[in-house]
Design a protein around this ligand. Sequence first.
Ligand SMILES: [Zn+2]
Length: 623
Amino acid sequence: MDRKRPNKIKLNLIVIFRYFGFISIIGFVLSALKTKVFIHLEQGLYYLSLLVFTKFVNRFIILATVSALIFISSGFLFFICLQKLGLRFQYERPVIAKLKAFLIILAGFLFYLGITALTLASKNLFSWQKILLLFFLTLAFSLGSKYLRYPNIVKVYNVIVTFFRYISIISFVVLILVNLSLFLYKMIYKPKGPNVILIIADALRADHLGCYGYEKVTSPNIDRFAAKSLIFLNAYTNASWTKPSIATLMTSLYPHQHGACYWKSSLSKQLETIAEFFKNSGYKTFAVQTNPVLSKDYGFDQGFDKYIQKTNAGADDVTASFIKWLEKNKKRKFFAYLHFFDTHAPYDAPEEYGQKFGARPDQLFRAGNFKTIDVRLMDLIGIKQEDKEGLVSLYDGAVNYVDSNFKNIIYKLEEMNLRNKTVIVFTSDHGEEFFEHNGYDHGHTQYQEIIKIPLIIGYGDNLIPEKIDKPVQLVDLMPIIFQIAGIKEKNEIFRGKDLSSIIRGARKEIFSEIILLGDEKKALIVNQWKLIENTGKVHSDTLELFGDITRYIIPGYRERYELYDLSTDPFEQKDLSNSEKLEVVKLRAVMRKYKYTEAVIRNEVIKDRNKKLEDIKSLGYIH
Ligand SMILES: [Zn+2]
């Protein structure tokens, strides 16, 4: 009985084919657990789900294949070395076969070990998934080892192997087809809209820009840009500090709805971000992030092809990173988000910028010994007038530094002939207090210096310049951008209004919430009236991190409500809550509507306390 031996090359090909297929299955399973593919399918973002899923699977397969090949080849090299060193081996077939078997088992073991390590390191897997994975790995090993001893197990094992053989081949074919179709889709489909650049200058209050009436020349380039753009004279944030405010911008949800409000909370993976919508529309997405509370650890990189984190980096660095990326990607439609940190305390722009506005080298922050919290404490015991002015000079210098970088970005776009093909959105996440209400920095009040922000939207020569005095909030920005860019994505979850609605005056109320340091305060503006509610409640995250110190830094207000008439008292100096009781009642009724809107997602919490503390330290809030 002379059985026909199969062709050796053909046999090897089948083995390789199966090997890749097998890795693909594991890749599929792990990636499905790791990615947001199911959430995207549910939301109807099909292209994005396919893209994200394939990216994860491909990355996994490349990693697994390379590590397995390296291991096997280094194993052989090891045995060759042993031979060269004179260690003799019996060149009998069984020994070589055993060696081979040993190497393969070891390679397999390390391969599984690698997968397990990667899986366990991933933050996206829940504990039950980890347990399940470990269970299957143990099962695979015990089956493998028993196979060597007990013939009964062999039968079961063979059935499993046969099953996997077909699944492996199918997985491999599917993988090739998906990659190929995505490749073809990208070749054929090009988004029709313009490029979009979103520029955030952290803590930049509107009234320190020339185009918003500032008497000092802090922003000549932004002013020139504003003259050819839509400039919103009454733009507001929805929160007093960075995390909730940017999360609102990215999701078009109010802070209490998206839940990314305090130190420990993250932007939920269940929410669709502006970057995800752009990516789903075929855009390349890019960001340079300088604020540590918006890092990948807090989920703010969702939807970005590239998310460069440069904590506390200067504006020059941000601009350089963007231009470097742009030069490589100029042929693709893109959405880019640049976050400048220079206007956030301690206003670290190069010295000459501060000097232009009168800052001296020995002033607060310059000596490097002061943190924002010191300045707050100093305010209680009396900070010198010249030090207060010094802070403003440094701040103005930082605004000017951002402005000169803004110019460089515009020049680069002109040079690349992209100016008329690009929508530029310039705004901020919140303002900054300079002792207008006996405080400094941001995140602890809801006064105008904190919630009024700049918002300028330019699109080369394609938009008719206009000064819009109708109110607008960060929650509206995503629908506004989508309307200008012609992005069709409509999601019933958006709470913002688009550009035509804003111009019609559809935003009747301005609502801001979330206090970082101190007791929670909410603000509501309707027509000329502004109501501030001092709840007296401090969030547990704030208490846990800052403890009783919050009480000393920000004394709570005795009055539960404050009422201001912004038409006669724009700087909120005269509380009318006692004389205009009817207005208070009316505004409280409107505010209740916001208070009782249901949260859209459950709050996701960062578990790593050390990481969290590092972030806060790097912002200068604590020592
Ligand atoms: Zn900020």
